[in-house]
Write a protein that binds this ligand. Structure first.
Ligand code: C5P
Length: 240
């Protein structure tokens, strides 16, 4: 089968989290999209199951790819791992901001290809499944969620990253602190009439637009929908 090359990159977009366990299920899901070429997020489950080949397969179908592996290790290890990932034709990848500025700087160095190009690199601030009281009680972070996310975002900017993953509820504060061009990529998206699942700090696609998010990451509201294409288009219509 041959596929069209990627559609023109949008600066703001809806990214579908393809949290599937194998390539066959993922490809069957992508086959549903005949007229659209959604931006696709590949997470740990799929990448660990299928390896780099799943990235090549999805890119060959003409999709842009966000490789969501959330690296968090010592700077030297992250630099080396990112240099391996830089050889894949991915469009976006990420690290945990909790790894420190030095680790994020190492990630930028490793990800930058010999010709100077690199995929977008963003930092996870606090997972959208983490409520503020657990962050304070279990992680011993005594600040508010907003202040913590903004502080991590400033660190990511200092390290030369392009933006952060945060809840849409924190997007506005991140933009105020780091400027409009610093990207905010926001999971925890739910339709007003849908289930929340394990997400805590959530919002709708329309609210994410109002708040100023650049990319929304939507998983189960699309992948588990009776009609995934209709659910994806609803996200696009409400967000873009
Ligand atoms: O199914 P759902 O819409 O909750 O999927 C959200 C996706 O975004 C998942 O793949 C999850 O790993 C990812 N994610 C998140 N919160 C973060 C970073 C990534 O939910 N802070």
């Amino acid at each position: 089968m041959s596929y069209q090359s990627s559609s023109p990159a949008r600066l703001r977009d809806v990214i579908i989290a393809c949290d599937f366990s194998n390539a066959a299920t993922t490809c069957a899901f992508l086959d549903l999209f005949r007229d659209d070429k959604p931006f696709i997020k590949i997470g740990m489950e799929l990448f660990y199951a299928e390896g780099a080949d799943i990235v090549r397969q999805i890119k060959a179908r003409g999709h842009r790819v966000f490789l969501d592996l959330k690296l968090h290790d010592i700077p030297n290890t992250v630099r080396s791992a990112m240099s391996v990932l830089s050889r894949l034709d991915i469009d976006m990848c990420n690290v945990h901001a909790a790894g420190t500025i030095a680790m994020m700087q190492a990630a930028v160095e490793g990800l930058t290809r010999p010709d100077g190009s690199r995929p977008l690199l963003i930092a996870v601030t606090q997972l959208t499944s983490t409520p503020e009281d657990r962050m304070q009680r279990e992680l011993l972070i005594g600040e508010s969620m907003d202040r913590t996310v903004v502080h991590y975002a400033r660190n990511a900017q200092t390290a030369g990253l392009d933006g952060v993953v945060c809840s849409p509820l924190e997007s506005a504060a991140v933009k105020t602190a780091c400027g409009k061009s610093f990207l905010s990529v926001t999971p925890g998206i739910r339709f007003p009439d849908g289930q929340t699942n394990d997400q805590v700090r959530i919002t709708t696609p329309a609210q994410a637009k109002l708040i100023g998010a650049d990319y929304i990451v939507v998983g189960r509201p699309v992948t588990a929908a009776t009609d995934p294409v209709a659910a994806y288009r609803r996200c696009v219509a409400e967000f873009l």
